[in-house]
Write a protein that binds this ligand. Structure first.
Ligand SMILES: Nc1ncnc2c1ncn2[C@@H]1O[C@H](COP(=O)(O)OP(=O)(O)OP(=O)(O)O)[C@@H](O)[C@H]1O
Length: 288
């Protein structure tokens, strides 16, 4: 009888995280299957980055457990954590490229964990790595930019370089923390499509935080909504409507100003008048 791996890629159980008196996560459960693409949706401060940082072992939970690729993350020693991070790549809102280096060198830095010692300059990397980096640049559509300085590229292009750098790790999981928050709508769309394509082609597990409902609905397999550090929504993206998502976020708003702020942050400009009136009315449209 053959055995197949059925364990999830990520299993977060009962995670609570305190930063002093701030409760950033409250009893969070999240299970992500291998190959699944999950969106973490939430307003600023809802705990999205903190949750991603727990999955990557950058934070330890105050309570609860985090298992990634069958490894208990908070228990890992530094060397074991480094090994796990080789299997989990992360991209960020601000791209985190080295501006003065060429695009190709930036991509190559994604392989540093696989090499011993520092690497200064392109020729310090083995030829096979340079070839691999060029393949990844081709995949993200930036082969012709390989020898330009990273800071000469547009925001969208820089995020695509960051994706190519992540691919150098040959990761099993890709974590993306608000990857398009600094980009215009067209570049956002391009970057999100690229991540989705790569995830499908490589069987990558993806957890991506976003705050725009429109992007989230058209993109992930499943949407997990966070509010004040708690999971308030965990459902397949297919068939989920904007109104359902808004309803969840609308419940926290007690005033029209608050509702307008939520609307703006979630990228929704069409909250109903009735909902708005309800919010203005205070208790009726506020916390239920
Ligand atoms: N290192 C830290 N020290 C103290 N408080 C923190 C720290 N990291 C996060 N927090 C707090 O925890 C809460 C959740 O923050 P987090 O950054 O996870 O939210 P977020 O949903 O990712 O928001 P944003 O989209 O603005 O980054 C916030 O109240 C934040 O101020």
């Amino acid at each position: 009888m053959s055995t197949t791996t059925t364990s999830p890629a990520i299993r977060v159980s009962g995670v609570t995280k305190h930063f002093g008196s701030t409760v950033a996560l409250r009893d969070v459960d999240l299970t992500v299957s291998r190959g699944e693409v999950v969106v973490l949706l939430g307003l600023s401060g809802s705990g999205k980055s903190t949750l991603l940082r727990h999955i990557d072992g950058l934070e330890r939970p105050t309570e609860g457990t985090v298992e990634v690729l069958e490894v208990q993350v908070p228990k890992l020693k530094a060397t074991e954590l480094r090994r796990l991070r080789g299997r989990v790549a992360m991209i960020f809102q601000q791209f985190e490229l080295v501006p003065s280096l060429t695009v190709l060198e930036n991509v190559l830095t994604g392989a540093l964990a696989q090499l011993r010692g520092p690497r200064l300059g392109l020729w310090a990397y083995p030829r096979s790595f340079r070839q691999q980096a060029l393949v990844h640049l081709d995949r993200v559509g930036l082969l012709e930019k390989a020898y330009q300085r990273a800071d000469q590229l547009s925001g969208g292009q820089q995020q695509r370089v960051a994706i190519a750098r992540a691919l150098m790790q040959a990761p099993e999981i890709l974590l993306a923390d608000e990857p398009v928050a600094s980009l215009d709508p067209e570049s956002s769309d391009q970057v999100m499509r690229l991540i989705r394509e790569i995830a499908a082609d490589d069987g990558l597990t993806v957890v991506c935080s976003l705050h725009q409902v429109d992007l989230a609905l058209g993109w992930g397999d499943r949407i997990v909504g966070l509010r004040h550090g708690e999971v308030v929504l965990n459902t397949p993206a297919l068939g989920l409507s904007k109104e359902q998502v808004m309803e969840i976020y609308g419940r926290v708003a007690t005033t029209t100003t608050e509702l307008t702020a939520i609307e703006a942050e979630l990228g929704i400009a069409e909250l109903t008048g009735a909902r708005r009136d309800g919010a203005s009315a205070g208790a009726d449209g506020g916390q239920r």
